[in-house]
Design a binder for this molecule. Structure first.
Ligand code: SF4
Ligand code: SF4
Length: 426
């Protein structure tokens, strides 16, 4: 039974069953049944592709609203570095941070600050004996779930560190409890301002045995207009940003990888490219690399579906912002050069690999043979009219008893023709 809580949902009233999302879903999680899309929760990785492509805007993100923060006494904002790329002519991050405080947050902890700490930890881990290389970044939750579902043999290559959002949440809570001893943990609300639905799913589900310290996830698009109104250009903000070039660069593809200060890395973005890359890694068809950064969204987090700005424009703005920043504001002191145990996640979640047809090997092999046989009988045009994305996926649905062979209109028409021919010949 699927117990994973998703953040992508469908409005059945708006769906016209056009099959656009079906063709773009990277895990073949969508079927169209009775004229309406249906998401298979076991296969969905919350990548948001179906939200991006739906012409009817029938798919949407399920996450919190800024007003949900009202229930907390002490409100902490965790802005993703992508947020800074959303505003025209923003030349100082502090305007944005001050704007968050003026909007009603009591405190801000930049995720880019935590990203610089994670970069430091990654550099230390890459020098550790026995770490399985290439190390694959675990910061994009889509990649972690994709590996667990579709590439389980690569699970040990995942960087075993909590993502920057989580490190930021831990540090922000520790700081708030220290500076405000009158507060209890339940008084504090930690709100991540997110570019993508996958981060919302991560928070709902935790990571393996780790429960998130983030209480709510709101989308960048949800707070955008309120924030822009509270960013007062005429008042110079108090300088309190603690981010450098490294932290800000995590918002775009390649930012995390270049921060390892080692040439043996690769960065790929866009879910189709990522899947091709993982296939190649699994088949041992890549050069000797130390680190691989993968981002499900094109361009990295700036391409998330919960942003406002075109990702290429956001990227250009971040490049301008970085020009005035130091490389990092979070290099570790000599006596801190180790990774604290509470910054590791213990166990990659055990999802059932989607390629597994049955828990019984004999039964799986029989089903595989049936799928292959049926596939050869199907037209191979991947027309989608049966409601499955490909003829192979349809064959699998039929063998699993989840679809009827009659749904293939081409095969049904051909069978009728054959019948007519036989009758005429008779
Ligand atoms: S893209 Fe998918 S969700 Fe959107 S209308 Fe078409 S079938 Fe429905
Ligand atoms: S969010 Fe991604 S994986 Fe889930 S149904 Fe949509 S396209 Fe498929």
């Amino acid at each position: 039974m699927n117990t994973y809580l998703h953040s992508v949902s469908l409005d059945r009233e708006k769906c016209t069953g056009c099959t656009t999302c079906l063709r773009h879903c990277p895990t073949e999680a969508i079927r169209v049944k009775d004229g309406c899309a249906v998401i298979n929760p076991d296969r969905c990785i919350d990548c948001g592709e179906c939200i991006r492509v739906c012409p009817q805007k029938a798919k949407h993100v399920v996450c919190s609203k800024f007003s949900d923060m009202e229930k907390f006494k002490w409100r902490i904002a965790l802005p993703a570095p992508t947020l800074y790329g959303q505003f025209e002519e923003l030349d100082d991050i502090d305007y944005c941070l001050q704007g968050l405080l003026d909007m009603g947050f009591d405190e801000v902890y930049e995720v880019s600050q935590a990203a610089e700490i994670v970069s430091e930890y990654t550099r230390l881990l890459l020098k550790t004996e026995g770490i399985k290389k290439p190390v694959i970044s675990s910061a994009c939750p889509v990649i972690a779930r994709l590996i667990a579902l579709r590439f389980p043999y690569l699970k040990d290559n995942l960087l075993p560190l909590l993502p920057p959002m989580e490190i930021a949440a831990k540090k922000a809570v520790e700081r708030a409890l220290k500076e405000h001893p009158e507060l209890k943990r339940e008084d504090i609300g930690v709100c991540f301002i997110s570019p993508c639905p996958a981060k919302a799913s991560y928070v709902k589900n935790g990571f393996g045995d780790y429960k998130s310290n983030v209480d709510l996830v709101v989308s960048i698009s949800d707070i955008y207009f309120q924030l822009i109104n509270s960013m007062k250009r005429e008042i110079t903000p108090v300088p309190f940003s603690r981010s450098g070039v490294i932290g800000i660069s995590w918002a775009t593809s390649g930012g995390e990888a270049t921060a390892i200060f080692n040439d043996k890395y690769l960065a790929a973005d866009g879910i189709e490219n990522v899947i091709k890359m993982l296939d190649q890694i699994e088949n041992g068809m890549i050069p000797q690399l130390e680190f691989i950064e993968l981002n499900a969204c094109t361009g990295g987090c700036v391409g998330g579906v919960m942003t406002v700005e075109n990702p290429f424009i956001a990227k250009a703005r971040l490049q301008t912002l970085r020009r005035y920043l130091p490389v990092s504001q979070n290099f570790l002191d000599e006596n801190e050069r180790y990774v604290p145990t509470d910054c590791f996640f213990g166990e990659v979640p055990h999802y059932k690999p989607i390629s597994r047809l049955s828990n019984n090997i004999g039964e799986s092999m029989r089903m595989m043979a049936d799928i292959q046989r049926l596939r050869e009988e199907l037209p191979g045009t991947d027309c989608g009219s049966c409601g499955a994305p490909t003829c192979r996926a349809f064959a699998e649905d039929v063998v699993k008893g989840q679809a009827s062979l009659d749904a293939c209109i081409i095969k049904t028409a051909r069978s009728k023709c054959e019948g007519c021919k036989n009758n005429n010949e008779g």
